[in-house]
Ligand binder design. Structure first.
Ligand SMILES: Cc1cc2nc3c(=O)[nH]c(=O)nc-3n(C[C@H](O)[C@H](O)[C@H](O)COP(=O)(O)O)c2cc1C
Length: 402
């Protein structure tokens, strides 16, 4: 971040104190941080706290820059490499959605071409209010990256979605956007992760070894490129990243329903989850007792989610976890499922597959091209996949026909 200009907008939420930690992290990383505070923000934290950390004047008043041309009402916006508003109140989000420019933050946002990251913080009811939902949708349509607030306990004592993502998570987003640009700005990317669980009885299930790490790396990487990310996930052994719209599911059929709902209006779908192919035909209502002899379970096939999306027009990327004939199996999947690319993954290879932090994959494209990749981190694989998604979204390619 050395020498990059970051404008940090702080608004009137109880979470404003957390913006001090964010400013500090940005300054430590070498960014030149200009803080713009709304009037309400100054009731929660003093400008002096930010000034002491950033060693720069804090903008608190649209009119105060009058004598100082260095801080004109559009200067900060014009020179910003990124604008981050954390915390962002419902009030500020509403003003941004309507292009209001009655304060220094409003003029800064209107005058900037830089990526804008918004980290909302508010009571769950304010977040789910139809007015806020509509305002957030407007901002996202305009390519503003509105991070999904965290779920948890709010200062009021109420629980729900509305907590500002933690400062270190916002820092990661800012640093990702500065490093890689916003090739997915204004796009909605649906990512699936983790394994599904098919109940046998109320206490047992059939599951698999998926850790969800690959899908989580994809969700983070897409978020860092400015996409709004919907993460449909089953069981995970890692944390859901901050700022994404996480939609947990249990079974494969629940995952299918959640994906069909999520892809409405989305641009891309990356299926890195491991949904169970089979479910128990008749799961027991009560816990099955040990009994004396053996028992058998009848399994029936679950729906093939990727195949069920054949007519969905967005960019589709699938994964093929194979243990034999990797390329041949993945090639037939590309054709059968009408996807832009299959990421073929030999889950038995050293350093690859379930639970590992690294992966060795090959990209199999719809036109038959095969691009083997080296053993690399799952994040590096994710970034390479998102390069493919970003370029496919720029020049839509026809998916292969079966
Ligand atoms: C104690 C207190 C805490 C508040 N916390 C929030 C909050 O977390 N999120 C929010 O949207 N509004 C919150 N508000 C309301 C805003 O401060 C108010 O809507 C204000 O007009 C926001 O102005 P601004 O967006 O210009 O900063 C809070 C108000 C009070 C009195």
């Amino acid at each position: 971040m050395n020498g990059r200009n970051v404008v940090l907008g702080v608004t009137g939420s109880i979470a404003a104190y957390k913006a001090v930690a964010l400013a500090s992290a940005l300054v430590k990383a070498g960014a030149l941080v200009d803080v713009v505070m709304t009037g309400a923000a100054q009731r929660f934290v003093t400008p002096l706290s930010f000034q002491a950390i950033t060693h720069r004047p804090v903008v608190t008043d649209l009119w105060a820059g009058g004598e100082d041309l260095e801080i004109g009402h559009v200067t900060l916006g014009r020179r910003a490499d990124v604008v981050v508003i954390a915390p962002a109140t419902a009030d500020t989000i509403a003003r941004l959605a309507h292009g209001l420019a009655g304060d220094a933050l409003g003029t800064t946002v209107l005058a900037t071409d830089a990526p804008i990251i918004v980290a909302p913080a508010m009571e769950p009811r304010m977040w789910s209010n139809a007015a806020t939902v509509a305002n957030v949708a407007i901002l996202r349509q305009r390519g503003i990256l509105v991070l999904e607030p965290d779920v948890g306990r709010l200062a009021s004592g109420y629980k729900g979605r509305g907590r500002m993502p933690e400062p270190d998570a916002i820092f990661d987003v800012v640093s990702g956007v500065l490093a890689r640009g916003v090739s997915l700005r204004g796009r909605i990317v649906v990512v699936t992760a983790g394994g599904t669980r098919e109940p046998i009885d109320p206490v047992r299930f059939i599951g698999n070894h998926s850790s969800g790490k690959m899908g989580i790396a994809l969700a983070e990487a897409a978020r860092d490129r400015g996409a709004s990310v919907i993460l449909v996930h089953g069981a995970l052994s890692v944390q859901v990243p901050a700022g994404v719209d996480a939609r947990p599911v249990g079974t494969t059929r629940e995952m299918a329903d959640a994906i069909h709902a999520a892809v409405e209006g989305a641009d891309a779908l990356i299926m890195a989850a491991a949904p169970a192919d089979f479910r128990v035909a008749r799961a027991a209502d009560q816990k099955i007792k040990r009994g004396a002899g053996s028992m058998s379970l009848e399994l029936v096939a679950n729906p093939d989610i990727l195949a069920s999306l054949a007519s969905w027009p967005g960019v589709k990327i699938g994964f093929a976890a194979e243990t034999t004939d990797l390329i041949a199996n993945a090639r037939s999947k590309v054709a059968a499922k009408r996807v832009h690319m299959i990421v073929a993954n030999d889950v038995t290879a050293e350093g690859s597959g379930f639970g590992a932090d690294t992966n060795e994959v090959a990209f199999i494209f719809a036109d038959g091209r095969v691009e083997p990749r080296p053993l690399e981190t799952k994040r590096a694989v994710a970034d390479a996949i998102l390069d493919v998604v970003a370029s496919a979204l720029q020049q839509p390619v026809e998916p292969s026909t079966p």
